[in-house]
Design a protein around this ligand. Sequence first.
Ligand SMILES: [Zn+2]
Length: 542
Amino acid sequence: MREKLPALRVVWVAALSAAFVLFLTNGTFWGKATAFFATNHPFLIGFTVSLYLLFFAVMLTLSAPYMIRPVYSLIFLIAAGASYYTDTFGVMIDRDMIRNVAQTDAAESSQLITAGFVIHMLVFGVLPCLAIWLIGIKRRPFWSDVWRNTLWITGSIIVAFAFTLTHLGVFMPFWQREREVTMSYLNPVMAISSTVDYGLREYIRAPYVAAPYGTDAKLGPAIATAKSPTILVLVVGETARAQNFSLMGYKRDTNPELSKLDIVAFKHATSCGTSTAISMPCMFSHLGHAGYSKDAAYSSENLVDVLKHAGLKVEWWENNTGPKGIADRIPTDLIAHSGPADLCAGGECLDEILARKLERVLPTIKDNTVLVLHTMGSHGPSYFKRYPEQYRKFTPDCRTPELTTCTPQELVNAYDNTVVYTDHMLARFIDILKSRTDASTALFYMSDHGESLGEDGLYLHGAPYALAPDYQKKIPAVAWVSDTYASQFNLDLGCAMAKGDAPVSHDNMFDTVLGLMDVKTSVYKAPLDLFSACHKSGVASN
Ligand SMILES: [Zn+2]
């Protein structure tokens, strides 16, 4: 029977199969990708060709004799099944979805097998399977095919990567913004990787269990004997870089409010990582940049747990993409899910929402408390959405997430406006804290990482640390304490202010916060506490 059907060279079989899967079982993916690049057709064409070449390279890699028919059939069937659910129900085939499928019983799954599903599977799954089993596949002598195929595969990969690397300015914003909302629909890549991920998690890799850390923590005499509460607001995030803070030497006045306050501005601060997913767990862990790994960080309790062990009330107020597992054991308010319309739109809120909550909650606080505020800050690429109209100080400002379509100056203007707004928010938090004249209040702020604004063709952040420009690693950091705090804890403000010129990093946050709250524990490292040497007469010296 095979002889009656046309016979194709193996390279053509791989090329046609790649085209079938990429273009006929990816309706959702292409819908989203073409919408994102609607104004940039040349890039869309290059992107499509690159993606096709990668699919082709993978298919050709799997084209060995005896392997090609069963493996291709499996790919066709997975792609057909996944595309039915994705394109019909908008379902993302992620790890949780695979878990759902794996844990579905027969009665439930039989309800999913509808006429529409069967027809879809026949056309997009069974038909290509029949074709691959019925056609003849022409091959050259074994080593000749290996040699030719290797050339095809290497050439395809080189062209795809060359295109990506020469278009990083367009590709990176897409990747960072759309990785989760568009690339996750790429079929059958997502279905296969989710299945592998699910299998690894379920059967091989145990879930993270945070080992107890600093369980001997208790409050020192300065805080334990005070009649009124000590309240620290710890502001973390987001995407603020030191180069655009006038407090850190920027020539534009982006810190009109903080510059009028008695604060410690750390002029030489660096981040642990270049992305939220690395910097956040790192700054809350005791590991420091040199000792950080995801496994180590999530296998141990962190700063918020140690504060809790000491008997402090700790809360996490989230106005960004989530606390990244750091706040699993403390109360968390996912504020963006409940914000009023004047501050929130499309699931995102201006940071003013955190200030309003602070205004509301602060007068009611009776216990020693640490409030962690994860801000929206300068989160890109939609910088223009981070500040309200009255903080649109620098114009014209870039009003689109497609950063490469703005001029460099428009981009910097928009980013600087986010900094002006962050400056306002920090000053506002401090202003609210001052209203509790009876309490000892303090604020400590560190950005999680910096940002590239088109320098050397780089945008956003997340570059590998060793290669990342300083723009992604130099961060603003600020500390402020109330007069009541300074006298209760005998903090020498002159000494504290002088710390602004010292080199600091995320490595300092863990011990500085313990020191600020007078927490005594064996895991405290005084040399890393920025203010350990600034307490007069030994009070709060750990
Ligand atoms: Zn971040």
